[in-house]
Design a protein around this ligand. Structure first.
Ligand SMILES: Cc1cc2nc3c(=O)[nH]c(=O)nc-3n(C[C@H](O)[C@H](O)[C@H](O)COP(=O)(O)O)c2cc1C
Length: 188
């Protein structure tokens, strides 16, 4: 898959197949973790790859899925197979946002190129995850979680007309409004 195909086809997926991701695939996705651009090349990010069932359950229960939808439910069989947890190392820097955004984009596109779907989330109860994941709150900041798995739903883009809220279609697929190129890009 070329980069543009990965960019166009990647959507946030919130229903996954009960199908394992191989270690080789995880390794290839994680190879993307160390190439993100970063001011002063400080590279303050660390990445946890979580596949252990009980840890995945702990992470799952800290997340809020599809906040625009009322009571979006994910059956146990459709939960993510793995999570990537982005950590900021405060011994290196206190500014993580740009690096984290760039790294998340690269990781999600690397996953997409492997045929693996993803969703980036900000845990609502992240403090509860520090002891669970063995993080040191004095040194490490939990930034984002990326859920991974094979997609069990579609998600399609439509032109934004009435607002930015995504919704479900009659088949349980997401419909995601995106602003047009004309409203977004300006050649001077
Ligand atoms: C920083 C960030 C936090 C997000 N948090 C959540 C979240 O908590 N729950 C969720 O279901 N989706 C979350 N998303 C996914 C967005 O809702 C999604 O990217 C947006 O609706 C656009 O859809 P798309 O990714 O399919 O293009 C998050 C995305 C980002 C970048």
């Amino acid at each position: 898959m070329n980069v543009m195909d990965a960019i166009r086809s990647r959507r946030s997926i919130r229903k996954f197949q009960d199908r394992k991701i191989s270690q080789e695939q995880l390794d290839r996705i994680m190879e993307a973790a160390r190439y993100y651009p970063c001011a002063a090349n400080l590279q303050p990010l660390q990445f946890l790859v979580v596949t252990d069932c009980s840890l995945c359950n702990e992470i799952f229960s800290s997340l809020k899925w599809a906040g625009y939808l009322k009571n979006y439910q994910m059956e146990r069989a459709h939960r993510p197979i793995a999570y990537l947890v982005l950590i900021g190392d405060m011994q290196i820097s206190n500014h993580f946002e740009f690096c984290a955004g760039a790294a998340v984009a690269e990781l999600m596109l690397a996953a997409q190129a492997e045929g693996i779907a993803s969703c980036c989330l900000q845990p609502a109860e992240k403090n509860r995850l520090y002891p669970v994941l063995g993080l040191n709150p004095d040194r490490q900041e939990l930034l984002y979680v990326i859920a991974l798995g094979y997609a069990a739903q579609e998600s399609n883009v439509i032109p934004m007309e009435t607002g930015c809220r995504y919704y479900l279609d009659e088949n349980g697929g997401f419909v995601v409004p995106k602003r047009s190129l004309e409203d977004t890009v300006f050649y001077l």
